[in-house]
Design a protein around this ligand. Structure first.
Ligand code: ZN
Length: 249
């Protein structure tokens, strides 16, 4: 796991070379590569798997491709990176990415790699944080990268402009829980290394808040009243909402 600005990077490193999960921002590629080369290995980065299209996870793609890497992602990641994107919540437009930044191997439901003496299962989890999210499970080492389905210590960003929903997110977290066990190391999209216990608490929080909102909506409560009702209060000590302040976009 490599932490910096942007999304957490997962690494698989051995004699065959390096596989990276996500590539952070493009101005960080030199730093990322020099950290790998000085601390871990002089082997090249051969593969990059993007968990989703957001720029804090794909911004380094072009540099890494120019260094000889191949980028792999769900087909919707290529689709969204190919065209201008507007993210309503951020009120921000993202330009289409250059051709070399686009994933050249695309899958639909899942793909499996046999690399560095591990079986690496990649699953598309639809409509969770975006419509192109993947989770990546290193079955032999029992490590999972969740992308931004799970952001340890923060409330989720449900990017509705990119096709996500709270229901999709809940199903996605349940899928992760069905794959892992209490020994699994969880690399979340941002934040500290995590575990099954913390992820289960996260799921409880999501379901509880969703249910509270739903009940209020069914009682014709207005959006303003829902926002003012402070339904997240009991979770606020464990989850920040600093999405826009640090390490994102
Ligand atoms: Zn994201």
């Amino acid at each position: 796991m490599q932490v910096g600005k942007g999304g957490n990077i997962g690494l698989s490193v051995r004699d065959k070379g390096v596989l990276l999960i996500d590539s952070q921002f493009n101005q960080l590629t030199d730093k990322i590569l020099s950290a790998i080369n000085t601390r871990i290995t002089d082997k090249p980065v051969k593969f990059v798997i993007n968990t989703h299209w957001h720029q804090d996870h794909t911004g380094g793609n072009e540099n890494l491709v120019n260094n000889g890497a191949t980028v792999i992602a769900h087909e919707n990641v290529r689709e969204r990176l190919s065209t201008e994107q507007f993210v309503d919540f951020l009120n921000k437009t993202f330009e289409a990415s250059p051709l070399n930044a686009l994933p050249t191997i695309n899958y639909n439901d899942s793909i499996t790699f046999y690399f560095n003496d591990d079986k690496i299962d990649v699953y598309h989890i639809p409509n969770t944080h975006t419509d192109g999210d993947s989770i990546i499970y290193f079955s032999k080492r029992n490590v999972i990268h969740t992308g931004d389905l799970y952001v340890n210590g923060r409330y989720p960003f449900i990017d509705r402009s990119s096709g996500s929903s709270i229901d999709g997110l809940i199903i996605g977290i349940e899928k992760i829980i069905s794959i892992i066990d209490d020994e699994t190391k969880i690399i979340s999209g941002h934040g500290l290394l995590s575990n099954l216990d913390e992820l289960q608490d996260y799921l409880i929080m999501l379901k509880d808040i969703k249910q509270q909102v739903l009940t209020m909506v069914n009682n014709c409560t207005t959006l303003d009243e829902i926002i003012k009702s402070d339904i997240t209060a009991k979770y606020d000590n464990l989850h920040s909402d600093s999405l826009l302040i640090q390490n994102f976009f």
